[in-house]
Design a protein around this ligand. Structure first.
Ligand SMILES: [Zn+2]
Length: 427
């Protein structure tokens, strides 16, 4: 039909042919102008696809077959520590360069203290490195027999390499953290997060510029971005008037971003995009969220105890409250603007506030189709049967959810009941 398709695809007539294809490409893939880690095998016949159906998450008629990750030995020159946005320290092995899966690998992650202990890693050790998913190299194991005499054991740094403060590890967590909120690494990380697309989407502020802004002490928190002026930007290395203007304009535009994006941008631990959306729907302003108890936050459907505690604690910190105040003064949206979108007035929302669970195979609708119809009609789909569920959408060969739903006296709907409900609401 004119779509671009991969010229290296092949229609196989038997599993043996599939196997041969796999074997051929295990070596041939190195000649491709892009990185690969495996082959996807799909059943070509649509009717067979339908017959096989899908599990809760995956189709049964397609599978990704991964080639074993390439592993090679090299030596540990030293170990450095990186500090992330949350203050988490990651030990990184600096390696004797080695060619692995098409690139030169010089560094590999050692994850955390527990992993270091497990590896019993010493400087000068010969180690096996591998590219996990052929992207992030990691140290798989150590060859202790090749250890030079007197080699120094690698331990977690006791101080933050960026700010020098003592780092902390709680027994509950595998992670060692710097908890100095003005640590340059944490400040940089939180600004980069703030500027990213799902957050405030500020174009033109990348890692290099953030580094410059933080080094020059022009920016100590995301709120400082909104105080930047032309003269300050022009003092930075390699900054022209035009780019400075663009950056200031992008910062100004970000003030129009809605409250849920601002909430996500704040980078509260465990508050990803989906949780930020949920929280913003239930707490239409920063003030209402800040005033909520941990229990009230946990009362939001879909928000667990760990997230609730994290959000609650974040708002107990006076520094965070004053950050929110500054953002408000700068003109950011810390309140949901009442929606004037035509969606709510023209489109029927027969399932508003209703929660559905799906089980079994529906006669005509796929799981995804049913899910998006429910969501478009204002309802929610969840995977677990609890008292909060209103309807069980029931197909052929239902799972254990049916029994649970019966125990809780939750109403069953067949696909035709369900379609009739949507239809009647649209009239
Ligand atoms: Zn630090």
């Amino acid at each position: 039909m004119g779509f671009k398709v991969n010229p290296n695809r092949q229609l196989c007539q038997s599993l043996l042919e599939v196997q041969q294809y796999l074997e051929t490409w295990e070596t041939q893939r190195r000649e491709l102008p892009y990185m690969t880690d495996g082959v996807v095998v799909k059943l070509n016949s649509l009717s067979l696809q339908k017959q096989l159906g899908e599990t809760r998450k995956f189709p049964r008629w397609a599978i990704a077959l991964k080639y074993p990750a390439e592993e090679l030995p090299t030596k540990i020159i030293s170990v450095t520590f990186q500090v992330g946005r949350t203050g988490a320290l990651t030990p990184v092995a600096e390696l004797e360069p080695v060619q692995l899966a098409g690139t030169t690998v010089k560094r590999a992650t050692l994850h955390n203290q527990d992993r270091l202990t497990e590896l019993d890693l010493h400087i000068g050790d010969t180690v096996i490195v591998r590219k996990a998913g052929e992207i992030i190299p990691e140290v798989v194991r150590v060859l202790p027999d090749l250890r030079p005499t007197g080699a120094k054991l690698v331990t977690m740094s006791t101080h933050c390499p960026e700010c020098g403060e003592t780092v902390i590890k709680t027994p509950a967590e595998a992670v060692t953290r710097c908890i100095n909120s003005s640590c340059p690494a944490i400040v940089r990380g939180s600004i980069i997060h703030w500027c990213q697309r799902p957050a405030l989407d500020i174009n033109g502020i990348g890692e290099k510029l953030v580094q410059q802004l933080v080094d020059a002490q022009l920016v100590r928190s995301v709120a400082d971005l909104y105080d930047l002026n032309m003269d300050q930007l022009l003092e930075l290395d390699r900054m022209g008037e035009k780019s400075a203007q663009k950056i200031l304009a992008a910062i100004a535009t970000s003030k129009q971003q809605p409250w849920h994006r601002v909430l996500y941008g704040l980078g509260i631990r465990h508050v990803g995009k989906a949780n930020a959306d949920l929280l913003a729907q239930n707490f239409p302003s920063c003030q209402s969220l800040a005033a909520a108890s941990s229990a009230q936050i946990e009362g939001v459907y879909g928000i667990g105890a760990e997230i609730a505690t994290s959000v609650y604690q974040w708002f107990q910190n006076p520094a965070n409250i004053s950050l929110c105040d500054r953002l408000q003064q700068a003109g950011l949206q810390l309140t949901s603007v009442p929606s004037t979108a035509p969606k709510s007035t023209h489109q029927a929302q027969p399932f508003a506030g209703k929660t559905f669970v799906l089980t079994g195979t529906l006669p005509t609708l796929s799981r995804d189709q049913a899910k998006s119809m429910i969501e478009n009609a204002g309802g929610k789909v969840t995977n677990s049967v609890t008292k909060k569920v209103d309807y069980l959408l029931l197909g052929e060969k239902p799972g254990s959810k049916l029994k649970k739903a019966q125990d809780l006296a939750i109403a069953n709907l067949s696909e035709s009941d369900f379609l009739a409900m949507i239809k009647s609401a649209n009239f």
